[in-house]
Design a protein around this ligand. Structure first.
Ligand code: HCB
Length: 215
């Protein structure tokens, strides 16, 4: 039953049927499935399939947009549930997070921001297509100890390196740990650009942030 429901959510994402995505996500929640299971085991796999279909020319931009819209609407339902399940009292630190300049992919970055916030971090989400200067200003203004950089395009990954260089140039690098993520990003890339860590998904990002905050 749970597996059928999760498969139905995945299929609805692939079809870009937002009404069915939201209705099935609600049904899954009501039947006791944890929100993070719905996200990681149904919504994210659906987005992966959509990406593959786009890569091989079976899907086009409107398909990506419809799938993204379905996922966003489902996230509006699931985010409050995620927060409600992980209430922490003491702040674990301040995080500035954003999708790098030139890149408008939002969903993964927002999911990481939600999970960090649900796990006690004070999160300043700068949004998407964020210029380097805006990240530097936010780090100065908030006194953040952690910066999260998302990049979904091979062409914008280089901006993660540029942000790290700019933090160093502004004398802020020793104040902050930098974690990077996004579909084309890897542990190897993180090491190459001098980031402090790489996370594959939102749960990994929380683990990494907790480790970096403690180090
Ligand atoms: Co977009 N797009 N897209 N897209 N898109 C990708 C990313 C491709 C891989 C699809 C493909 O070709 N297979 C591809 C990139 C190829 C490449 O460079 N390697 C691509 C392309 C080419 C493009 C355009 C250039 C298409 C065009 O215009 N011709 C264009 C780029 C515009 C721009 O940014 N300048 C474009 C546009 C779009 C939208 C707008 C239609 C839409 C985004 C809508 C939105 O976000 N509001 C979109 C979407 C939805 C995708 C796919 C299908 C899904 C992305 C997604 O939301 N995944 C994606 C295919 C794919 O990624 N496989 C495709 C789900 C989330 C939950 O996963 O990986 O984003 P995530 O985040 C994870 C993880 O990476 C990690 O945790 C997150 C949560 O688990 N993480 C972090 C992420 N950031 C982190 C930061 C940290 O510090 C730590 C961990």
């Amino acid at each position: 039953m749970a597996i059928d429901l999760l498969s139905q959510i995945t299929a609805s994402i692939v079809d870009g049927d937002s009404d069915l995505t939201v209705a099935s996500a609600k049904q899954a929640l009501d039947s006791g499935i944890e929100p993070m299971i719905i996200i990681e085991n149904a919504l994210v796999p659906g987005m992966r399939v959509v990406g593959e279909k786009f890569s091989c020319g079976e899907y086009f931009l409107p398909n990506l947009i419809m799938a993204a819209n379905s996922m966003k609407l489902a996230m509006q339902l699931l985010e409050p549930e995620l927060r409600a399940r992980q209430q922490t009292v003491k702040s674990r630190g301040t995080v500035v997070i954003g999708t790098v300049h030139g890149d408008i992919h939002e969903i993964g970055k927002s999911l990481v921001a939600t999970m960090l916030s649900a796990n006690g971090f004070d999160v300043h989400d700068l949004g998407v297509d964020v210029p380097i200067d805006k990240i530097l200003s936010a780090v100065k203004e908030t006194g953040a100890s952690l910066v999260g950089l998302s990049s979904l395009l091979t062409t914008t990954m280089i901006m993660q390196k540029k942000v790290i260089e700019a933090l160093a140039g502004a004398g802020l690098r020793s104040q902050v740990k930098v974690m990077v993520g996004g579909a084309p990003v890897s542990r190897k890339w993180a090491a190459e650009i001098g980031a402090d860590g790489y996370a594959e998904d939102a749960i990994g990002a929380v683990d990494l942030a907790l480790r970096l905050a403690a180090s």
